[in-house]
Design a binder for this molecule. Structure first.
Ligand SMILES: Cc1ncc(COP(=O)(O)O)c(C=O)c1O
Length: 413
């Protein structure tokens, strides 16, 4: 008798790990559906919705626009508005003076979130077997997508400030050169998820220059730009014409579910990126593209969200300090605090599970973000603080009570 087992999956996906944050989110939603009040500190999803002007524009377009396919590269008014935003927000050195950063709308490609941009960029820029570097503590999907595409992913250990600078990258490039391997690409996010660490403009410039000099394609994930707490930020576009910059409407613009992002790519990659997007998804969601044009004119509303994150960050830092958790990452930008809990806890993964199941507080263990070979994932926890201040405060209250009696603690006193 033939047993119907269904088609088997490809060898490409059989070793693809899940994105743990999404699994924890799924379990948190199950608990909520069962009637529990869950505090969500696991996912980087702003509590606020899209800005009001975006919603108004979307309503209008729903009524008046047939919402057909668009140009694969993205509608021109949106690409022009994105280009204008670079001139409004960033500067570039030209002949000894600082001038607004000019970006050609022809180099902008609108994508289905930054996630869509990663896939297109990796496919356009890298071949199977190419060595691509990532930070040892970083966003897990870089590693997972690159591995699925057959790239050779190499972790660059972050320095004691949780950063990868030209210094850390060059050490890895030299080590690999001894094995006759050449680094083809680098992808980093600054501000970083999960650490919040930010490269200073000078560090970013040095990194861009190093990559240019060594023929390394630098992909700068700038999704957390405009969410920072006193540090200055720069775009890699200010320092090199060879970088690929990726950004999204998900974080600062508070539009996660609209699935919209963009990239700015060198002219040499644009035709390939366009052919890929034409074949892969035809175009990014039309309604989102039309409405997102308004997002750039909502700075007052969006900066209020950032002010709330700053309050939440202070609440969280104070609460962790109160528990004796002092080993935390810099948290200069984005909306995450990454804490090393190994002095106090046997295992961060078990703790995160127990905290969710028993106290209904969802946080993410480091296993998502760390090089699997390092073992650091079981020592670290990431707290996301883009929710409402009341939710963060309530979560810290529950954490304190849970912590006091938790049996998995090493140094209970
Ligand atoms: C560093 C980083 N890049 C990219 C993404 C993906 O965002 P999206 O596809 O919604 O633009 C995330 C999501 O959390 C992230 O943290």
């Amino acid at each position: 008798m033939v047993v119907a087992e269904g088609p088997s999956e490809s060898s490409r996906t059989s070793s693809l790990p899940s994105f743990k944050v999404m699994e924890i989110l799924g379990r948190a939603i199950d608990l909520e559906n069962a009637g529990h009040k869950v505090c969500h500190l696991q996912v980087g999803q702003p509590k606020s919705g899209a800005p009001k002007k975006v919603l108004k524009s979307a309503e209008l377009h729903l009524r008046t626009n047939r919402l057909g396919y668009t140009n694969s590269q993205g509608i021109e008014p949106l690409r022009k508005r994105i280009a204008r935003n670079y001139a409004e927000r960033y500067l570039k050195q030209e002949g000894g003076t600082e001038v607004p950063l000019q970006v050609n709308p022809d180099n902008i490609i609108v994508t289905t979130g930054s996630s869509g941009a990663f896939l297109l960029t990796f496919l356009a820029a890298f071949n199977v077997g190419d060595v691509v570097c990532i930070a040892s503590s970083g966003y897990p999907c870089y590693r997972n997508i690159l591995n699925t595409l057959g790239c050779d992913v190499v972790s660059v250990p972050v320095n004691d400030q949780f950063k990868v600078t030209a210094v850390e990258l060059s050490a890895v490039v030299k080590r690999l050169a001894r094995q006759r391997k050449k680094v083809k690409g680098l992808i980093l996010s600054s501000p970083s998820n999960p650490t919040g660490a930010m490269l200073s403009p000078a560090e970013l410039k040095a990194l861009c220059e190093y990559c240019d000099k060594n023929g390394i394609t630098f992909i700068s994930d700038e999704i957390y730009h405009h969410i920072s707490y006193g540090q200055s930020e720069a775009s890699a576009l200010s320092f090199s014409d060879n970088v690929v910059v990726i950004n999204s409407f998900s974080k600062y613009y508070s539009m996660t579910g609209w699935r919209l992002g963009w990239m700015v790519a060198p002219a040499s990659l644009v035709p390939a990126l366009n052919r890929l997007s034409q074949n892969f998804y035809l175009n990014a969601p039309t309604l989102s593209q039309l409405a997102a044009i308004e997002a750039f004119d909502c700075r007052e509303e969006l900066d209020k969200h950032v002010a709330t994150y700053a309050v939440n960050r202070a609440v969280l830092l104070a609460a962790l300090k109160d528990l004796g958790l002092q080993k935390v990452s810099p948290a200069d930008g984005a909306f995450y605090i990454y804490a090393d809990v190994s002095d106090d806890l046997e295992d961060a993964v078990t703790f995160a599970r127990d905290l969710l199941e028993q106290a209904h507080v969802a946080v993410t263990p480091g296993i998502d973000f760390e090089d699997p070979a390092s073992g650091l994932g079981r020592k670290r926890l990431r707290f996301s603080y883009c929710g409402a201040t009341e939710e963060i405060t309530e979560a810290m209250k529950r954490l304190k009570t849970f912590w006091a009696t938790y049996p998995g603690r090493k140094n209970k006193n």
